[in-house]
Design a protein around this ligand. Structure first.
Ligand SMILES: Cc1ncc(COP(=O)(O)O)c(C=O)c1O
Length: 401
C-alpha cells in the first residue's frame, strides 16, 4: 500500500515534533505543546483534501464506524443494511451498537447494489451502511434513490476508499457521514487511526463527544466542561495523528500514481479476450488501490490465484478469505460474543446459517484482485504485467487448472 511504500522522513519529522514536546494527548497542555496540535492538523488536512466541511480523527476505522452509528442515532433493534463483502469491522460495529445487520446482495461493482438494498429493506430498516469496497464507488445514484424512496439514511464506511470520488465529489460525502481507516493496510496509514467526515456540523460534534466520554471541548480546560451525552474513549493520540498528517499530505501524489499505474495495467490486460474487470460506477474516480479481474468461472479464478502465487505474485481470492466474505463468517452467523447482544434477544430477520447470496457468490467466486503499487518502476510494472498476462492466458486456455 502507498502509505507503507512511501513512509519516510516526513512522518519522522512530525513524530519528533510531538516527542520534543512530550504532549501525547490531543487536548489541553497548551503551553507545554508549543503550538503542536497534530490531531487538529490531521483533521484539517483530511477536510481540505476531501472537501468536507468537518472532520474528526479517532482511534481506528472501527471506532469511526461506531461513532458514526452513534451520532446518527442508530441503536437498539434498528435494522442496518450491510454488504456480505466487507471487512468484518462493519458488521461488528452494527452489532456493538445494539442494532441488527441485514445482509443484501452485491454486484459487479463489488458493493451493495440498489436492487439488493431494496430487496433487503424491512419495516425496521433505519440505515444503509454502504462500504465502497477496495477503493471505488458503489452505485451512489441508484442507492440514494432507494434510500430517499424508503426514507432510510445512508452512512458510508469509506475505510478503504480514501481519495476516491464519484462525479468529482469525494466518497464519504454522499451520506450523512463517511469514515476512513488509517490502519497499516490502507492507502495511507498512521498505524492505527480513523477519520470521520461530514458536512453536518452537529453530527460531527456528536461523534466528537462520543469519542471522548461526552466532553464537549468548549473552553480551554477539557475535563471541566459540560457532558451533553455519554461516550467512551475513541480518541486518537498525537503520535498517530502526526503520522496521519504526514501521510495525508502525500495523498494527491499516491492517488495520481496509482491511477497512472492502473491505466497502464488496464490498457495491457483489456487486450486479453474473455477477461472482464470490476464494474466501475465512475472509472476516473477510482482511487486505484486495487486492480480486479473477473474470470469466466470460479475454477479459472482460483487457478489463476494459485498459478500467480506459485510465481511469487500474491493476489487476493476474497471468496475464500476469512475476514472479507460472509462465506467464512461462522462467528458472525453464530453471533459469538462473550456477552449478550441485542441481536441475541431480538434475533436476525435472516437465517444466516442457511441463507445464500447467489448474486454475490457469482461475482466473488470469479474475482481475483491485486494491489497497485506506487513505487513500481516502469520496468518492474512491465515485468509484473508480463507474468500476469502469461498466467491469465494459460488459465483461459485451460493449460492450468
Ligand atoms: C470496510 C472497513 N471498515 C472498517 C475497517 C476497520 O478499520 P480499522 O482496522 O482501522 O479499525 C476496515 C479495515 O480493514 C475496513 O476495511
Amino acid at each position: 500500500m502507498p502509505g507503507t511504500e512511501l513512509f519516510g522522513e516526513e512522518e519522522k519529522k512530525e513524530v519528533m515534533d510531538v516527542l520534543n514536546t512530550g504532549v501525547l494527548f490531543r487536548y489541553n497542555h497548551d503551553a507545554q505543546r508549543k503550538g503542536q496540535w497534530k490531531a487538529k492538523e490531521f483533521e484539517a488536512e483530511i477536510a481540505r483534501f476531501t472537501g468536507a466541511k468537518h472532520a474528526l480523527a479517532v482511534s481506528s476505522g472501527s471506532t469511526a464506524v461506531s461513532s458514526m452509528l452513534a451520532a446518527c442515532g442508530v441503536g437498539y433493534g434498528d435494522h442496518v443494511i450491510v454488504p456480505p463483502f466487507t471487512f468484518v469491522a462493519t458488521i461488528e460495529a452494527v452489532l456493538l451498537a445494539g442494532a441488527i445487520p441485514v445482509f443484501a446482495e452485491i454486484d459487479e461493482t463489488l458493493c451493495l447494489s440498489a436492487e439488493g438494498i431494496r430487496n433487503a429493506c424491512t419495516p425496521k430498516t433505519k440505515a444503509v451502511l454502504l462500504v465502497h469496497m477496495c477503493g471505488a464507488a458503489a452505485d451512489i445514484d441508484g442507492i440514494l434513490a432507494v434510500c430517499n424512496e424508503k426514507n432510510i439514511m445512508l452512512i458510508e464506511d469509506t475505510a478503504q476508499a480514501l481519495g476516491a470520488t464519484y462525479k468529482g465529489k469525494h466518497l464519504g460525502l454522499f451520506g450523512r457521514m463517511g469514515s476512513f481507516s488509517f490502519d497499516f493496510f490502507k492507502i495511507a496509514t498512521c498505524g492505527e487511526g480513523g477519520v470521520i467526515i461530514s458536512n453536518d456540523e452537529q453530527l460531527i460534534k456528536t461523534a466528537e463527544y462520543m469519542s471522548d466520554h461526552g466532553h464537549n471541548h468548549e473552553g480551554d480546560n477539557r475535563g471541566m466542561e459540560q457532558h451533553p451525552i455519554m461516550g467512551t474513549n475513541f480518541r486518537i493520540g498525537e503520535i498517530n495523528a502526526a503520522i496521519g498528517l504526514a501521510q495525508s499530505r502525500k495523498l494527491p501524489l499516491m492517488v495520481a500514481k496509482q491511477r497512472a499505474n492502473k491505466a497502464t495495467i488496464q490498457a495491457r490486460l483489456s487486450k486479453i479476450p474473455g477477461l472482464a474487470f470490476r464494474k466501475q460506477c465512475d472509472d476516473a474516480g477510482d482511487s486505484a488501490t486495487f486492480f480486479h479481474l473477473l474470470l469466466p468461472s470460479a475454477d479459472a479464478a482460483f487457478a489463476l490465484h494459485k498459478e500467480l502465487g506459485a510465481q511469487g505474485i500474491g493476489t487476493m481470492y476474497w471468496f475464500n478469505n476469512m475476514y472479507h466474505y460472509i462465506k467464512q463468517w461462522d462467528h458472525i452467523k453464530d453471533l459469538s460474543m462473550p456477552y449478550k447482544l441485542v441481536a441475541h434477544e431480538l434475533g436476525l430477520p435472516q437465517d444466516l446459517k442457511t441463507m445464500t447470496f447467489p448474486k454475490s457468490d457469482a461475482v466473488m467466486s470469479r474475482l481475483v484482485s491485486f494491489n497497485i503499487r506506487v513505487t513500481w518502476t516502469e520496468a518492474e510494472l512491465d515485468a509484473f504485467l508480463g507474468k500476469v498476462e502469461g498466467a491469465v492466458k494459460k488459465v483461459m486456455e485451460g493449460v492450468v487448472a
